[in-house]
Ligand binder design. Structure first.
Ligand SMILES: Cc1cc2nc3c(=O)[nH]c(=O)nc-3n(C[C@H](O)[C@H](O)[C@H](O)COP(=O)(O)OP(=O)(O)OC[C@H]3O[C@@H](n4cnc5c(N)ncnc54)[C@H](O)[C@@H]3O)c2cc1C
Length: 392
């Protein structure tokens, strides 16, 4: 199932190639194809297994805190997500959320905050969540209204967060709230809130198309010591954007993993299904579909690993990551749809691999910036560059 030719591309170092091969073998032996009805238990088990396997070390930064490197290796997390997504959407989710949920601590935490949280995240002993979105602030996230009022040496949180992955099973949540230092995005701070903190509760569990733990959170007079604030007061929005900058490219990589799996399933079905006296794969209409699927996958992979490589070299990747996320998620949706079509009726049978992929891919076009938001990021970058070139 692993077409690893892209690992020869110049974006990768030798360590990336061995990481991808080792994880593929590990996942084949350790990640179940289907996870049963208890998604919370399945997710906890996957986090613990990924931790014991050593894979979560890549999700955190700093050797002293259990990380595999001093900074997060974007190509490594992309290869891990691509590989896990090929095997199981939930395994990819479990890995990704450990990284996204603890990313703000890796990027902006004090040594003490890092020491408290990151080693447990890396070992799979603590589950992390990233709480930015609110009922009235999704794409327009700078409009968030959850309040953090300074009160002596503490902050008091009041408000709601929604669509929070790992909500209900996380051991801690990185929460972004309005602390009021300035208007708009400059008046937001980041906090780590431990599960069980008085005044913090899970208001609602949300069931989605591809089940994973998801919840709406409520804070009512939730008191936190100021030592739970991450970074400087008012810097929260920047911290959130820096975290998303690392992980947005990895969403593209997950989409790529789903698409590769769909192509593999389509090739297998088209090669074996007999109809009208020959194999489905022998019809040119089928071959056109397969050619388009493979080309969409390679274009998305090139954009994804260009963005990851560029970020690892220290470059700004806002535009490149947006292109990768848009192309890979939109492209994967088309590839998976074609795979379902090639399977005929079998493509829509509950829990068949392509039916699962069809559900798994959908949310990736919405979260961490919907496709329309990526389009705006790309176009605004182009217009800015054009305007500054025009004045030179
Ligand atoms: C499965 C899932 C998991 C998630 N996990 C997390 C999480 O762990 N933490 C977290 O903080 N958030 C999470 N989210 C929230 C996610 O980031 C938001 O759903 C997303 O940002 C979109 O916000 P919204 O749902 O409020 O949609 P809205 O902001 O209401 O946007 C609706 C639609 O409008 C369109 N749109 C947006 N902007 C524009 C524009 N400028 N011009 C034209 N059209 C536009 C897009 O098509 C968009 O889908 C998750 C969401 C889902 C679905």
């Amino acid at each position: 199932m692993n077409d690893a030719r892209h690992l020869d591309w110049p974006f990768f170092d030798e360590r990336h190639r061995s990481l991808a091969h080792e994880l593929d073998a590990w996942a084949a032996a350790n990640v179940p194809a289907s996870h049963g009805g208890d998604v919370d238990a399945a997710c906890r088990a996957l986090v613990s297994r990924l931790g014991a396997g050593g894979w979560l070390r890549h999700a955190v930064a700093g050797g002293a805190y259990g990380g595999s490197a001093e900074t997060i290796d974007t190509r490594a997390i992309c290869l891990i997500r691509e590989t896990l997504a090929r095997h199981s959407g939930l395994a990819d989710f479990a890995f990704a959320m450990q990284g996204l949920g603890s990313g703000a601590i890796s990027l902006a935490g004090t040594a003490q905050q890092k020491a408290v949280y990151l080693p447990r995240v890396a070992r799979g002993e603590a589950i992390a969540a990233f709480a930015l979105s609110e009922p009235d602030a999704g794409s327009d996230v700078a409009a968030l209204s959850c309040a953090a009022r300074a009160d002596g040496d503490a902050y008091v949180l009041d408000g709601e967060k929604t669509w929070i992955s790992n909500g209900g099973i996380a051991d801690f949540y990185v929460v972004f709230a309005r602390s009021g230092e300035a208007a708009g995005s400059r008046g937001i701070s980041a906090f780590v809130v431990d599960a069980g903190t008085p005044g913090f509760e899970i208001a609602e569990r949300i069931a989605v198309i591809a089940p994973h733990p998801l919840a709406r959170l409520r804070f009512a007079n939730c008191r936190l010591p100021a030592s739970q604030r991450l970074g400087a007061a008012g810097e929260g929005f920047k911290i959130a954007m820096r975290t998303l900058d690392v992980f947005r490219t990895s969403v593209a990589a997950a989409a790529l993993g789903f698409a590769r799996r769909a192509l593999h399933e389509a090739l297998a079905r088209a090669s074996s299904r007999q109809l009208f006296g020959q194999r489905l794969a022998e019809f040119q209409l089928t071959q056109a579909k397969l050619a388009q699927m493979a080309t969409t996958i390679d274009s998305a992979a090139l954009l994804t690993y260009r963005a990851a490589w560029q970020r690892d070299r220290g470059g700004n990747v806002t535009g490149e990551a947006a292109m990768a996320k848009m192309a890979a998620t939109e492209g994967a949706q088309q590839v998976i749809d074609a795979a379902v079509q090639i399977h005929g009726g079998l493509g829509v049978v509950s829990d068949a691999p392509v039916e699962r992929l069809y559900r798994e891919i959908r949310a990736l076009r919405i979260y961490e910036g919907a496709t329309e938001v990526q389009q705006l990021i790309i176009a605004r970058g182009l217009l800015r560059e054009f305007a500054s070139a025009g004045t030179r």
